[in-house]
Structure formats: structure tokens, C-alpha cells
Design a protein around this ligand. Structure first.
Ligand SMILES: *[C@@H]1O[C@H](CO)[C@@H](O)[C@H](O)[C@H]1NC(C)=O
Ligand SMILES: *[C@@H]1O[C@H](CO)[C@@H](O)[C@H](O)[C@H]1NC(C)=O
Ligand SMILES: *[C@@H]1O[C@H](CO)[C@@H](O)[C@H](O)[C@H]1NC(C)=O
Ligand SMILES: *[C@@H]1O[C@H](CO)[C@@H](O)[C@H](O)[C@H]1NC(C)=O
Length: 401
């Protein structure tokens, strides 16, 4: 090729790239790139350091934080574990009109950023290439996200997290997803952010449930911000383990190892939580899923009151529907129990393998006295539901009753 041909080729290439990328970032291509190729992310990274980004930032100026008069009064974090009734408990808050609810804010960090070693990218601060072997670095990113949500400060939240499909599991975050559906690309995401921020600032309570946080870390949030309140939700480890197996979350061969780690984590959280209750009176609430499921309305009222909220009539009806089922007409019951919840809370006793009960009773013996669960040493006692598998809530210190 001659020099002239080379020159033309370069110009044509540059033109095609700029047209393609230009369409992507302005969101006019009509194609949703949920996972753009790596090269595009790299170009996208230029958003905050080249000259063009200056003009983009002028078009989408820095989001102001909530005003003093228009900011949530309570920042509620529900700390819990996989298959422990957390969707049900979180839904209680999501259904309240005064709540801005975020479902699993750290899902994208675990599933996208850490697992596939992506770089965390932000609108107006430098990207972070997280060293996935460095726990401190991951926790720093996570704390930024949790804090970003609780404070309605979305510029602190990385783009992958903002674009996480789990956003559809909250009524107000789902509206953001809808807006993004009409405003494609990363610019679309930022075009939709002010709306998300307004809806967060206007809420009386920001609430979020997470299975990816510890009580120790939640206490740090509480120490730094008097508006932060924490609900620690626990469930009978035997029910949780059976459910995890049933949903393929744990391999049959590694059940015992999994159980040891799980119960160690719950025990630490329970100990930390109990000590912290004197340090932060009225800001920590501990509840067992079984108690909530057995007395849905009474516990729902107490949980809401903890966050400064009253149950609405609509919520009362929704709660009745999802806990007294099965109800096939109930459109809002998707992902929720839609069953007789007091029956459902103990149905594990009918299906669980008796050797598993023995193993869990042994490996979780440190958890039981702290949360009022009772070992079931005999096969006949596991299946006989007249024999209690847990103490009455009023007899368990520090638990909601
Ligand atoms: C960026 O803008 C500044 C000021 O407008 C200018 O001096 C500089 O040459 C520009 N840089 C590039 C790479 O275009
Ligand atoms: C881990 O990350 C933290 C926070 O980003 C950093 O301060 C620290 O130096 C890192 N440690 C190592 C061993 O890279
Ligand atoms: C739900 O189950 C409980 C416990 O098995 C039972 O006492 C109750 O009558 C059931 N409620 C309904 C509405 O079926
Ligand atoms: C279940 O336990 C109750 C209370 O101890 C007992 O009266 C009853 O006979 C037991 N039922 C069976 C089937 O063993």
C-alpha cells in the first residue's frame, strides 16, 4: 500500500470508530449494549479525563446531594443471609410509599466486578481496578456503594452496579430501569440518574437488604451516621441449609463445610449485634424469620415502626395475600411466599434429611442459644411439629417479640 492509501485507510477507520462509538454513547443506535466489548469500556473510561468528557459533564452536571429539608430521615440496612426470608422482609419496606428500597446493592460487585475482574467505572471520578485478592480494597468499594445508596449519592456508585439487573427488584429502582430502557448506553444511564436521585431524596426512609454484609461493617456505618438503623434478620439454620440445597446454592458434598462457615458468620453477627444494642439503643432490631412469618401483621407493624413508618391499608392487604396463600390471582406475589407463611416457615421439618439435622445441630450449636433455636436430637422429634424447634420470641433476649 502506498502512504496515501494508508492515510485513507486510517481516516476511514477513525471515521467508522467515531460514528459507532458516537452512536453508542449518545444512545441513538437503538441497540442496547448490556455488556459492551472490553475495548469500548476502555474508551468509555476516557469520559472523565479527556476534553470531550468536559462537555459531556457540562450537559450532565454534578448531581447535587439531597437538600437538608428533602433528605431521608432514616437509613435502614437489613443485614441477613441467603435463603433466610430476606426477600419477604425487604418487600415489606419496598411496598411502603415513603420508602426508597434497594435490593442487594452489592450483587454486581460480587457477580460482575470481582468474579470477572472488571474495572469499577464511575461518572466523574477515576476508575478503580480492584485487586480481587485484596479484601480491604473490595470492602472499600462495597462501602462506597452502600453509603452511596443510603445517602442518595449515586455518583459514588459504579456504573456496573447502577446497571445491575437486580434494580428491577425495587419499585423505585425499577423506574430507573425503565428510564434506561428508553435512554440507551452509558449516557442514558446518567440521563436517568437525576430522576433516581430525586425519588431517593424525597423518600422518608431509604432501605436496603443485603446478604453480603456483616454486622461489624454495619456498626461502622452506625457509628458514622446517627440516621443509620439496622435490622438483623436470622432464620433457623436447618431451614436455611435445606433451602440452599434445594435451590442449588450448595453442593451436596460440601454441605458440612458450607454449614460451618455459615453458622460461624451468623454467630459472630449475633454476638456483635448483642453487644452493640447497648451502644446504639433503638437503632438495632433483631428478628427471627419464623416469628415474622407466624405473625405477619403484628411483626410487620413493629418492623415498620422501627423505621418510623405506619403500615398502609394497601400494604396490609398485600401482606395478607402473600402470607395466607396459595393465591394464584395475586400479581404482586411473584418471588414472594404466596403461601400460608406460618405453615411454610416450618415445612423444612417435613422434608429435611435426618442426618443433616444432626450435623447442623452440632455445627451450629453456637448459634442456637443466641437466637433461641432448639436442637432436635431424635428423628421423631424432627417430624413431630407439636414439639417446638425454637423458643418463644419473648424468651430470647434482644429479639423482637
Ligand atoms: C483540551 O482543552 C484545552 C483547553 O481548552 C486545550 O488547550 C487542549 O489543547 C485540549 N486538549 C486536547 C487533547 O484536545
Ligand atoms: C489493599 O487495598 C487497600 C485499599 O485500597 C490499600 O490501601 C492496600 O495497600 C492494599 N493492600 C495490598 C497488599 O495491596
Ligand atoms: C396456616 O398454617 C397454620 C399452621 O399449620 C394453621 O394453623 C393455619 O390454620 C393455616 N392458615 C390458613 C389460612 O390456612
Ligand atoms: C408429638 O409430640 C407430642 C408432645 O410431646 C406428643 O403428645 C405426641 O404423641 C407426639 N406425636 C407423635 C406422632 O409422636
Amino acid at each position: 500500500m502506498t502512504t496515501r492509501q494508508n492515510g485513507i485507510a486510517v481516516i476511514v477507520c477513525a471515521f467508522l470508530i467515531s460514528v459507532f462509538f458516537g452512536l453508542y454513547i449518545t444512545g441513538n443506535s437503538g441497540t442496547a449494549f448490556s455488556k459492551p466489548p472490553l475495548a469500548m469500556w476502555d474508551v468509555r473510561d476516557g469520559l472523565h479525563n479527556d476534553n470531550e468528557s468536559t462537555s459531556w459533564r457540562e450537559r450532565f452536571p454534578h448531581l447535587p446531594t439531597c437538600s437538608k429539608t428533602d433528605a431521608p430521615e432514616v437509613k435502614l440496612l437489613i443485614v441477613t443471609y441467603m435463603r433466610s426470608g430476606s426477600t419477604f422482609t425487604g418487600d415489606l419496606f419496598d411496598q411502603h410509599p415513603d420508602v426508597f428500597y434497594v435490593y442487594e446493592p452489592l450483587h454486581a460487585v460480587e457477580k460482575s466486578i470481582v468474579m470477572t475482574r472488571q474495572t469499577a467505572r464511575f461518572w466523574d471520578k477515576p476508575s478503580v481496578k480492584v485487586d480481587t485478592a485484596n479484601k480491604t480494597a473490595i470492602e472499600k468499594l462495597e462501602d462506597g456503594i452502600v453509603g452511596g445508596y443510603l445517602n442518595c449519592n449515586f455518583q459514588n456508585i459504579d456504573i456496573t452496579t447502577l446497571e445491575d439487573p437486580f434494580m428491577k427488584f425495587g419499585q423505585k429502582t425499577e423506574q430507573f430501569g425503565r428510564c434506561r430502557g428508553q435512554n440507551k448506553g452509558v449516557i442514558g444511564t446518567f440521563r436517568c440518574l437525576p430522576g433516581l436521585q430525586r425519588s431517593c431524596c424525597r423518600a422518608k426512609v431509604v432501605a436496603s437488604k443485603t446478604i453480603r454484609y456483616t454486622m461489624t461493617r454495619a456498626l461502622t456505618l452506625m457509628a458514622n451516621d446517627a440516621k443509620v438503623k439496622v435490622i438483623h434478620l436470622v432464620r433457623d439454620p436447618r431451614a436455611t441449609m435445606l433451602s440452599r440445597e434445594k435451590y442449588g446454592k450448595v453442593d451436596r458434598r460440601s454441605v458440612e463445610k458450607h454449614c460451618v462457615q455459615f453458622c460461624q458468620a451468623v454467630r459472630t453477627d449475633l454476638q456483635i449485634g448483642r453487644e452493640a444494642m447497648t451502644r446504639f439503643p433503638d437503632r438495632i432490631l433483631r428478628v427471627r424469620y419464623e416469628d415474622f412469618a407466624s405473625h405477619p401483621t403484628r411483626f410487620a407493624e413493629m418492623l415498620l415502626r422501627f423505621a418510623g413508618l405506619e403500615m398502609t391499608a394497601k400494604q396490609r392487604e398485600h401482606l395478607r395475600q402473600i402470607t395466607s396463600g396459595p393465591n394464584h390471582q395475586c400479581a404482586t406475589c411473584i418471588r414472594l411466599l404466596n403461601t400460608n407463611s406460618s405453615y411454610n416457615a416450618f415445612s423444612w421439618r417435613r422434608g429435611i434429611n435426618l442426618d443433616d439435622v444432626k450435623m447442623i445441630d452440632k455445627q451450629c450449636e453456637g448459634v442456637y442459644p443466641l437466637a433461641g433455636y432448639l436442637p432436635l436430637p431424635l428423628a421423631s422429634s424432627v417430624r413431630n411439629l407439636s414439639l417446638p424447634s425454637l423458643m418463644e420470641p419473648a424468651q430470647v433476649p434482644g429479639f423482637l417479640s
